[in-house]
Design a protein around this ligand. Structure first.
Ligand SMILES: [Zn+2]
Ligand SMILES: [Zn+2]
Length: 265
């Protein structure tokens, strides 16, 4: 396990973890034990997505009650293009909410980004899920999805921020993304005070973007996105970046000491 060389006034929280409540392979109790061994606090953020698995209105109470039996923070991960799967007023019963891009809407229908995830998770040849003939068009759609989501949904953390259909275009993320796109993303998260997740599982965002976000005053959240035992609390990349960039404690999302973010409108 990596240790931060800088001293933090609070324990690092791994906010992004999945259990059998969605597509993880472990129970909350297993996660608590792994986190205890590694010395982190954790939050559970099971999927609340359109595929009918995971957290929906009908099992929201049971999920909260189950997590309430353990020393964990209670979150969910929903899809930023689709929106919440439960009444947004109920988000206040959670400790925090992660919004991530997993799909896009086409003619009112949700379309998962299967090509992107197959490339990222299984090393499959990339088959783009959106039209990338003019990447600016996709970037415009992506940033409008985020802008609308931040305005209408009480989201605290943007999960795996640069895992979008642009990323597979070049093995070097600094070439796949352009600086001006990164600027527009950073402006959005700073304006809405949504924390940028530094993902242990996907080892992103890349350093150039993180450095810009830090200089612009963004807040960062740490997440392993662990689904299976080896991934749980694998925070090597986020901690390496916090250290290397000298991200100060006041720019780290802290579920215990912060006002809860509300949707802008
Ligand atoms: Zn995700
Ligand atoms: Zn996740």
């Amino acid at each position: 396990m990596l240790e931060l060389t800088s001293s933090f006034p609070f324990r690092i929280v791994d906010h992004h973890l999945h259990t059998r409540w969605s597509d993880g392979s472990l129970n909350p109790a297993d996660l608590v034990e792994i986190a205890r061994q590694k010395g982190y606090r954790i939050g559970v953020s099971d999927h609340a997505g359109p595929r009918q698995t995971g957290i929906q209105e009908h099992n929201f109470d049971a999920y909260l009650a189950d997590l309430g039996r353990y020393p964990v923070y209670r979150g969910v991960e929903f899809d930023v293009a689709y929106g919440l799967t439960f009444d947004s007023g109920r988000a206040a019963e959670l400790d925090y909410v992660i919004g991530s891009l997993h799909g896009v809407m086409r003619e009112g229908q949700y379309r998962p980004l299967d090509g992107m995830f197959a490339w990222q998770q299984r090393g499959a040849t990339y088959v783009p899920d959106v039209d990338l003939s003019d990447p600016e068009v996709w970037i415009g759609e992506w940033l409008s999805i985020l802008d609308l989501c931040f305005r209408t949904t009480p989201v605290d953390i943007l999960g795996h921020p640069t895992l979008t259909p642009i990323l597979p275009l070049d093995p070097d993320p600094e070439k796949a993304y352009r600086v001006e796109w990164e600027e527009r993303l950073c402006e959005l998260v700073v304006e809405h005070q949504v924390a940028l997740e530094i993902s242990g599982r996907y080892r992103l965002p890349h350093e150039r973007l993180l450095r810009m976000a830090k200089d612009m005053g963004a807040i960062f959240a740490v997440g392993s996105d662990g689904h299976h035992s080896k991934q749980i609390c694998d925070l090597d990349y986020p901690l390496e970046m916090i250290d290397r960039l000298g991200i100060p404690p006041e720019q780290i999302f802290n579920v215990e000491h912060r006002p809860r973010r509300a949707a802008a409108a």
